[in-house]
Design a protein around this ligand. Structure first.
Ligand code: TYD
Length: 136
């Protein structure tokens, strides 16, 4: 079964500045269909707060830091992203939100799907129901 995990992306250290990268089906376990990024987040705001039916993703803090809280309907786990070479892999079917954004933070999300509103579950009881039906 697919699970959340921190993927350590390559980091090429250089006195001129470091460089990291990711390649589909190499450092990350899916084909990239979309990249989006979240920025200019006012202090105290929360992003996310939903589940995806199909979307798998890698979340990277390109600048600053924030926390990703991941809920599998049984356990909530918090991942603090504060390095440009940490990629948080999340499979589909988890409830997740992002919080504690530092000033000027920049969150990049690499997604296995294009944007489809019908891939979202925005209603927590519906998420719990899908988790229960997956267990059967
Ligand atoms: P959403 O994913 O709901 O953001 P959050 O989970 O942080 O609240 O997206 C917010 C809005 O942006 C929503 O109206 C849909 C739009 N959007 C796109 O048009 N394309 C995209 O790739 C994404 C991620 C969002």
């Amino acid at each position: 079964m697919k699970k959340p995990e921190i993927i350590y992306l390559p980091k090429i250290e250089d006195p001129r500045g470091n460089l990291s990268f990711l390649e589909e089906n190499n450092h990350i376990p899916f084909k990239i269909q979309r990249v989006y990024w979240i920025y200019d987040v006012p202090g105290g705001q929360i992003r996310g707060g939903h589940a995806f039916k199909e979307q798998e993703e890698i979340i990277v803090s390109l600048c600053g830091s924030f926390d990703v809280v991941v809920d599998d309907a049984k356990v909530k786990q918090t991942y603090s992203l504060n390095r440009s070479y940490y990629g948080l892999y999340l499979p589909a079917g988890l409830w997740r939100h992002m919080q504690n954004f530092s000033t000027n933070s920049l969150a990049m999300v690499v997604s296995s799907t294009q944007y489809h509103l019908d891939d979202y579950i925005y209603y927590y009881p519906e998420f719990l129901k899908t988790c229960q039906s997956d267990e059967k």
